[in-house]
Design a protein around this ligand. Structure first.
Ligand code: APR
Length: 363
């Protein structure tokens, strides 16, 4: 996962370099600047004195001294004056120049605060959007582990409309976890295709039909109903019936890795385009490519479904190949479903929403 959002104090992070939101004197200040100088000790100030200051949008590097981080990249963000004075370009340059300097100095991991979003007054949501855009651009052609460190509780303000959209979708979709598996068997769910790999599919939760008012035969669910409904879940709501059963069966025993590589080809993507878009690092992708029985973690499987821009049925199918499912019993799954059904396939935007709802990130 090359780009990760975390909550915390940047002075405590053990990476190759942390970035300081400094002022042009580079002689310390309040906010994260003050925190970094306090944690690094006075030697940092001595070295900064030799740098002769720094222009807005530029970056300079020093050692980390008493910090866990080996080095500190000092950059000066723009002061927010309403957004019509080149603030966005200057802020973008802070990230671009800091990353270039990190690369020049052989850094493999870097942590950023949200530059300019404190004392300099840059609105947090816009500051985050510029940060993510600049980092995504850098990651297109470079491999590096990059953290955006958000400080304090109101660290990240998701776009209000997006937050409202996701929140109401969660409220309208969430269903409490179904009773244990035994209940499924208790309502008479039977494998419609005995001894087949469908079996594990069909022994899922089925809501028992209400018993007929006259107290007649025990409520039960016929195998056909289970099969149809489950088939719908596994092959997608309103299953695409134009896809013949043969077609489906052809890929039934395909592994996650085989299905992923097939879909990358079908989409006309290169491997790198896919894993970069999925916020997956090259090493992990090489593992998946070289081991057809590789089982990725759920956030990784989901990230590939998003990067491939799969419709819900196919997304479910790919995720099922990795051994997981998307349900309505947890926020993570519902948020993923929200973005897929709304055709919003930006992993980094989805991660901002997952972060805002305290869910694990994808990639
Ligand atoms: N770890 C991570 N992030 C932090 C920390 C910390 N220890 N302390 C503050 N932050 C966050 C703030 O919450 C804000 O989101 O860093 C972001 C940047 O805020 P500031 O530190 O105020 O920096 P900035 O807005 O760029 O203003 C720079 O402030 O500290 C002075 O000398 C600095 O004059 C310069 C100005």
């Amino acid at each position: 996962m090359p780009l990760i959002y975390i909550k915390g104090d940047i002075t405590k992070i053990n990476v190759d370099a942390i970035v300081n939101a400094a002022n042009s004197s580079l002689l310390g200040g309040g906010g994260v600047d003050g925190a970094i100088h306090r944690a690094a000790g006075e030697e940092l100030l001595f070295e900064c004195r030799l740098l002769g200051g720094c222009k807005t949008g530029q970056a300079k590097i020093t050692k980390g001294y008493k910090l866990p981080a080996k080095q500190v990249i000092h950059t000066v963000g723009p002061v927010w004056h309403g957004g019509d004075n080149g603030e966005r370009e200057l802020l973008y340059s802070c990230y671009k120049n800091s990353l270039a300097l990190a690369k020049e100095n052989g850094c493999e991991s870097v942590a950023f605060p949200l530059i300019s979003s404190g004392i300099y007054g840059y609105p947090k949501a816009e500051a985050m959007q510029v940060a993510v855009e600049a980092i995504k651009e850098f990651l297109q052609d470079n491999d590096m582990l990059i953290y955006i460190v958000l400080f304090g509780d109101n660290a990240l303000r998701l776009d209000d409309r997006l937050y409202a959209g996701v929140n109401s979708y969660i409220k309208s979709t969430y269903t409490s976890p179904a009773p244990p598996l035994a209940a499924a068997q208790a309502v008479g769910a039977k494998p419609a295709v005995p001894g087949s790999s469908f079996k594990s599919i069909l022994f899922k939760q089925k809501k028992a039909k209400p018993a007929p008012p006259d107290g007649g035969a025990k409520a039960s669910v016929t195998a056909e109903e289970v099969c149809d409904e489950e088939a719908e879940v596994c092959f997608g709501a309103a299953a695409d019936l134009s896809v013949s059963l043969d077609e489906r069966l052809k890929y039934l025993d395909e592994s996650f890795s085989q299905m992923l590589l097939r879909l990358i080809d079908e989409k006309g993507m290169t491997d790198a385009q896919c894993y970069k878009k999925a916020n997956i690092d090259r090493k992990l992708f090489s593992k998946i490519r070289s081991d057809i029985s590789y089982h990725p973690k759920k956030p990784t499987a989901v990230a590939f479904a998003i990067a491939l821009e799969l419709p819900m049925p196919q997304a479910r199918e790919l995720i099922e190949k990795a051994g997981y499912s998307l349900t309505h019993t947890n926020k993570f799954d519902i948020i993923i479903e929200y973005f897929i059904t709304n055709g919003r396939y930006d992993v980094f935007e989805i991660n901002e929403a997952l972060f805002a709802f305290d869910q694990c990130l994808i990639g």
